[in-house]
Ligand binder design. Structure first.
Ligand code: TPP
Ligand code: MG
Length: 256
């Protein structure tokens, strides 16, 4: 994934997706999407396919609070409920859509409440509490897997950083930021693990192994060769498409 972010040929999408369109079918990741809520009907389709093929698997659609006012979210909840599809809707409610606070763009800010309209279970959980999220996720996945249909999980959280690299987020009040910073989900988990008796040395080892994994991914990505323009048409056109040279031929030739 790190290689993909850096535009390297070794990335999941051969360096062509950037950070916004990453997909890795081999890991069950159907694709991130730059269009708000557009991933939700894709998840609906995948859940429909699972149900049609009688597979006991579950699709999870992750989206931001910015997606909740979009029609695609509501249309997908309606169909998923009607057809009892194995789909879990997970909203990461981080209080902002880009630079817009939730109170400015959403009439009902209790997002789990929208589930009532579609007669599916909806819960609000502390999105900074890993265990609370896990408990809700297990219940929703069990329900979906046993043919009882979709659920909606609203995870209350906060976006500590800006919407994009370089966004200094001047639109956020400092006390609000500090209040949420104190509830950092990783720090909360650390406290929980310590309280449950995990030794200091195991905690240190755990952090070290995560850090090493990330550093190794960065090293791998930095050393990997970049994606080349010569390969840009592979996987777009049919057999022989990869051989079409870039930039010189007519459009008619390209699409054959
Ligand atoms: C349909 C559509 N309208 C507008 C935009 C422009 N846009 C990009 S991100 C964003 C807000 C996203 O909000 P959220 O999903 O809560 O993400 P967050 O800002 O918390 O990262 C908007 C309006 C878009 N990408 N798609
Ligand atoms: Mg948001």
């Amino acid at each position: 994934m790190m290689a993909e972010l850096m535009g390297k040929a070794a990335g999941y999408c051969k360096g062509r997706s950037g950070s916004m369109h990453i997909a890795a079918a081999e890991c069950g990741i159907l694709g991130a999407n730059a269009i708000m809520a557009a991933g939700i009907p894709m998840a609906l389709g995948a859940a429909y396919a699972l149900a049609a093929n009688r597979q006991r698997r579950v699709v999870v659609a992750f989206f931001g609070d910015g997606a909740v006012a979009e029609g695609a979210f509501h249309e997908s909840m309606n169909m998923a409920s009607l057809w009892k599809l194995p789909l879990v809707f997970v909203c990461e409610k981080n209080q902002y859509a880009e630079m817009t606070p939730i109170g400015v763009h959403l009439s009902n800010q209790q997002i789990s409440g929208y589930a009532n309209s579609y007669k599916i279970p909806g819960v609000t959980v502390d999105g900074n509490d890993v265990v609370a999220v896990q408990t809700a996720a297990i219940a929703a996945c069990d329900r979906a897997r046993t043919g009882m249909g979709p659920s909606l999980i609203e995870c209350e959280t906060y976006r500590i950083r800006g919407h994009f690299e370089g966004d200094k987020a001047p639109y956020r009040p400092e006390p609000e930021l500090e209040q949420w910073r104190a509830r950092d989900p990783i720090a909360l988990l650390e406290t929980r693990l310590r309280d449950s008796g995990l030794s200091e040395s195991t905690l240190v080892q755990l952090k070290e192994s995560v850090r090493n994994g990330i550093e190794e991914a960065v090293r791998f990505a930095e050393a990997a060769p970049p994606a080349t323009t010569n390969s840009i048409r592979e996987d777009i056109y049919g057999a022989g498409g990869a051989a079409i040279p870039c930039g010189t031929e007519s459009r008619t030739t390209n699409t054959q």
